[in-house]
Design a protein around this ligand. Structure first.
Ligand SMILES: Cc1cc2nc3c(=O)[nH]c(=O)nc-3n(C[C@H](O)[C@H](O)[C@H](O)COP(=O)(O)OP(=O)(O)OC[C@H]3O[C@@H](n4cnc5c(N)ncnc54)[C@H](O)[C@@H]3O)c2cc1C
Length: 309
């Protein structure tokens, strides 16, 4: 694992729900809650997702917009409704009609941040999972889904060992199965952001045409959430089954090969950690050897750099 600060993406999200009874007598809005369909609106710098929840009794809306920088980084930040309606004031009449129905109150607002991929998700017998290691822009609806995959794989690999000495190897197998896949979901969401938030102009017109063509099966969609091949790669994989099926193979290979441990102790003796941050080899059983090696490697590196011991 490494010290790795979360970075602003420049985006923030409002989340609102609108009860069905507020839509009565408005057929053009009522269909949004009655049909089992998700709606996506795109515009310069933002987009909106809306879909029915609670057995068609509520419309759930996630409204993405540029972070005003003063958006608080908090589990419970809110913003005034006027900020929200201002940003979407020239969007589709349907969007404006829905926002008109929202009560004049503080609206929950999330600052959206991501991490550059971590060097490792596992150290000794500790593993990271969920947003702690792969916070994902919610643009391909995969943050919690990938966290659930983490949990499924962890449950599988830990259930397949019978000796607590093997916990570290089980965690390495978890990481082998999950890290690249989780990070692909993160990258896909960031890529989708670029497509969805284009300013009006030639690129936006090309995007719209590509989305239309993709809906007829004529090409891939720049909106990965709606792209058939992306959907197959995300929804068409039973990662827990894969963990069970490949466990013996991965166990043999993980136990046999040296593993990377993350060298994160550079801060002790050098001011610019980037000069030395990298990886060191440890044996597959991890933690203890890693710590023993680390002391020795620090001494060697001080020698290389001509630093006093
Ligand atoms: C606007 C928005 C829309 C989203 N839409 C989707 C979607 O459609 N589909 C999807 O799959 N994902 C979506 N996500 C992503 C999803 O919400 C997250 O990926 C998911 O909640 C991550 O789960 P987690 O358990 O890793 O972390 P969290 O849900 O963040 O849980 C972490 C928990 O730890 C607690 N905690 C923090 N610090 C401490 C501490 N020191 N001690 C004790 N407890 C602590 C927190 O209170 C929290 O309850 C969306 C996210 C946002 C912001």
């Amino acid at each position: 694992m490494s010290a790795n600060a979360a970075q602003n993406t420049g985006d923030a999200a409002y989340r609102i729900t609108i009860p069905r009874e507020k839509l009565l007598g408005r057929p053009e809005l009522l269909k949004l809650v009655d049909e089992s369909v998700s709606y996506r609106w795109m515009g310069p710098g933002g987009h909106i997702m809306a879909y029915p929840i609670r057995n068609h009794q509520l419309i759930n809306m996630v409204l993405l917009h540029p972070d005003r920088c003063d958006t608080e980084e908090s589990w419970t930040a809110t913003g005034p409704k006027s900020h929200m309606t201002e940003f979407y004031s020239n969007w589709s009449p349907t969007v404006r009609a829905l926002l008109d129905l929202v009560e004049e109150k503080e609206i929950p607002e999330w600052k959206l941040k991501i991490l550059t991929p971590l060097l490792s998700w596992v150290e000794g017998n500790v593993a990271l999972m969920g947003d702690a290691c792969h916070p994902t822009l919610p643009y391909v609806a995969q943050g919690a889904a990938q966290a659930a995959e983490d949990a499924g794989v962890l449950a599988a690999v830990l259930s397949l060992i019978s000796d607590k000495e093997d916990i570290h190897i089980a965690l390495l197998i978890y990481s082998e199965l999950r890290k690249a896949r989780g990070e692909t979901a993160v990258a896909s969401a960031s890529k989708t952001r670029d497509a969805l938030h284009l300013p009006d102009g030639p690129d936006q017109l090309l995007r719209d045409e590509a989305i239309r063509k993709a809906s007829r099966g004529e090409c891939n969609s720049p909106d990965l959430w709606g792209d058939k091949s992306f959907q197959a790669s995300i929804w068409g994989v039973d990662i827990q089954q894969q963990a069970v099926d490949s466990f013996d193979y991965l166990y043999r290979h993980t136990a046999a090969k040296p593993q990377y441990g993350v060298f994160s102790a550079t801060y002790h003796f050098i001011s610019d950690p980037s000069i030395l941050s990298g990886t060191i080899y440890t044996d597959a059983r991890g933690g203890k050897t890693y710590r023993k090696n680390l002391d020795r490697i620090l001494v060697v590196m001080k020698d290389i750099l001509g630093l006093k011991r």
